[in-house]
Design a protein around this ligand. Structure first.
Ligand SMILES: *Cc1c(COP(=O)(O)O)cnc(C)c1O
Length: 394
């Protein structure tokens, strides 16, 4: 077991900055470049031999000074041995899975994963001869019973996309380690501020940096953080595919990270307040927010997380789809759109997909992203829209 990273606030301020030089700027510049040039063939060859090591200046696609600074900062925050940046959160997931699957392999995937993870498994991996088995995200230590000789990895998420079940991360990680297979956890929701999965025994963390990590809805990026044993395989796969991050995005991600801790602390407070307020409204059947007892896996969240982000779902009592449309369309402060983790509030109806079982709740599921607006404005907005959901009185 590893110790969590120390002094997160100091790391966020001090890391990812220019090297010491009198009169330096505070921030890394937007770094653009394809070819790197060397004075001798020997120096070039040395760089080429070390090109899969973060920090080696070799060619633009492998990274530059700013990307290496960002990777180093994220690795420290995640308590990981290495981080490789990717062009999006989806790319971090697909490239990591590609690093471990082989034809005929068996891949265990939690039933509540992000929609594109499922789409990649079904649309691409099955075509490559990988057999996908979905499992109940609340399975815990019983995951052992599903692990086969051919199982190549376990892909899961904490909490689940849209439905927010919090799995028993240490139990799943322990079962996988005992079987010698890697666990891959999508930890986009928590960020390293609220959970450090590697400390809980997970081998590989994937995350969308388009959400809270960059934090302003202006940057698409992903990251893969891992322990030593898997780092080189992952980085070689990412480089072999040719994925890369842009200089402007790296600049924006570094800028966003500076305020990550204070943003997350605010979203924790604001998200809980809005979730509890919604839970009291008569149109609401239940609220799926990991910090509320009504959320499956709440006890796992209490044990393994030290905060909750501002993204959660509400199950409304069954009503006509038209009523949900009117409710959503009449909100002024909540934008309608995918993604989340920026400064603005969002709303989106969600239809959970399930293969291992059926999703238990009946009623309409709607996901909210709480932004930085005034909470009374958000409540007033919702109060005006909720009557659209009143079920017809007989
Ligand atoms: C948004 C999201 C992704 C995908 O990230 P992009 O940066 O949009 O590609 C992956 N996992 C989860 C849990 C997400 O919410």
């Amino acid at each position: 077991m590893r110790e969590p990273s120390k002094n997160v606030a100091d790391i966020l301020v001090q890391m990812g900055r220019p090297d010491h030089k009198e009169g330096r700027h505070v921030n890394m510049p937007i770094e653009l470049g394809s070819t790197n040039v060397f004075d001798t063939l020997e120096a070039f060859e040395t760089a080429r031999d070390a090109r899969y090591v973060s920090g080696t200046m070799y060619y633009g696609r492998y990274g530059n000074a700013a990307t290496f600074k960002l990777e180093e900062t994220l690795a420290t925050l995640e308590n990981a041995d290495a981080v490789t940046l990717t062009s999006s959160g989806v790319a971090s997931i697909t490239l990591t899975l590609m690093a471990f699957v082989t034809p005929g392999a068996h891949l265990l995937v939690a039933d509540h994963v992000y929609g594109n993870t499922r789409a990649f498994c079904e649309g691409v991996l099955t075509r490559m001869g990988v057999s996908i088995e979905y499992f109940d995200p609340m399975i815990g230590a019983d995951i052992t019973k599903l692990i086969r000789e051919t199982t190549c990895a376990i892909m899961f998420e904490a909490p689940g996309s849209g439905t927010f079940e919090v799995p028993d991360i240490p139990a799943i990680a322990k079962a996988a380690r005992a079987a010698g297979i890697p666990t891959i956890l999508d930890s986009t929701w928590a960020t390293p501020i609220f959970c450090q999965p590697i400390t809980l025994g997970v081998d590989i963390i994937v995350a969308s940096m388009s959400k809270y990590l960059s934090g302003h809805s202006d940057c698409m990026m992903g990251m893969i953080a891992s322990t030593h044993i898997y780092a080189e395989t992952i980085r070689k796969t990412v480089m072999a595919v040719g994925d890369k991050t842009g200089g402007q995005e790296v600049f924006l991600a570094l800028r966003g990270l500076r305020t990550l801790k204070m943003r997350m602390e605010y979203f924790d407070k604001a998200g809980r307040e809005m979730a509890r307020w919604l839970a009291r409204q008569p149109q609401v059947k239940t609220v799926l927010h990991p910090a509320l007892e009504t959320c499956p896996g709440h006890e796992n969240w209490l044990r393994d997380f030290n905060g909750a982000s501002g993204l959660f779902s509400v199950v409304f009592h069954s009503c006509h789809d038209d009523q949900i449309r009117q409710f959503v369309d009449s909100l002024h402060h909540f934008g309608i759109g995918v993604s989340w983790g920026g400064y603005e509030s969002l709303v989106l109806p969600v239809v959970p997909q399930r293969s291992a079982g059926t999703w238990a709740e009946d009623g309409q599921l709607v996901r909210f992203n709480i932004g930085l607006e005034d909470l009374d404005s958000l409540k007033a907005d919702l109060s005006a829209a909720l009557p659209f959901l009143n079920t017809a009185s007989e």
